[in-house]
Design a protein around this ligand. Sequence first.
Ligand code: DOR
Ligand code: ZN
Length: 327
Amino acid sequence: MLTLHSPLDMHVHLRQGDMLSLVAPHTARSFAAAVVMPNLTPPVTTMAQVREYRQAILQAAGRPFTPLMTLFFREYSRAELEEARPHVIGVKLYPAGMTTNSEAGLADMDRAAPTLEIMEDLGLPLLIHGEGCGFVMDREAEFLPVVERWARAFPKLRIVLEHVTTVDGVALLDRCDNVFATVTLHHLLMTLDDVIGGLMRPHLFCKPVAKRPEDRAALREAALNHPKAFFGSDTAPHPVSAKEAPGCAAGIFSAPVALPALTALFEELGALDRLQAFVSDRACAAYAFAPPEREVVLERRAWTVPERFGPVVPYLAGQTLNWKVVG
Ligand code: DOR
Ligand code: ZN
């Protein structure tokens, strides 16, 4: 048995409508709280949308669960951000067109400064999908200078480099005191070889794409030991019709397996004692936030991951995991 205190998933996509009803219970079962991404259609850019979306999530979760809401980055006024501050944990910036529902994202990074200045002043963290528009394997590295520039220009602004995937991304944590990173389960487990090295696996396709073995090694090292790296699954469900298609949607639905598979990985790496820090404590420190109280218990018990949840194929479908969330 393993008891985790207030496990947190600091990066989730819960969607809307029927998909929200299907996936929210999986996140709520394993996590006390989760940071909810705002890339809906239309994106979440007003407080009215934040309130409405939060209510829908609470209803879909079906148990005590805290959605930590975010706004979709645009140019905001001080009045808008002052109103939002008590109700959101941060503002998520997507470069325009980089991933699912990011068309309304920022096209010109130079226009971010006035809003970032207000966020710094209000203590509102910036969450970043850190990819430029160059060659796909280099997009994260290409974007890091922008992150570093902002980190230096706004030294009190807390910046979270979401779903870090590279050696270079991890290295940035040591150069800038105010830069943190989330790490996903799938980027800890796989490399690009798993996605396209043999038969192409659409259910393993996500953005940023999985990288090289040495990148995965750096992510594992950070997950185990870096005080500024913490868990964010980036669970991102798409229906089979959108994944097994000529234009495959990016995203991996990992919520049902996130904690069991993380536990198995940390055990394999001889670091079960560091899981609590990765799935909760470091995130609380980064966000200066006290999590809702909840204990989640995992038992050493084999189970097979279902092939489907409704129209969605989960990560690790059909595989047997040796840890199970039991309470
Ligand atoms: O793979 C991804 N899926 N990466 C993202 O950044 C967005 C996400 C989604 O919303 O489907
Ligand atoms: Zn995401």
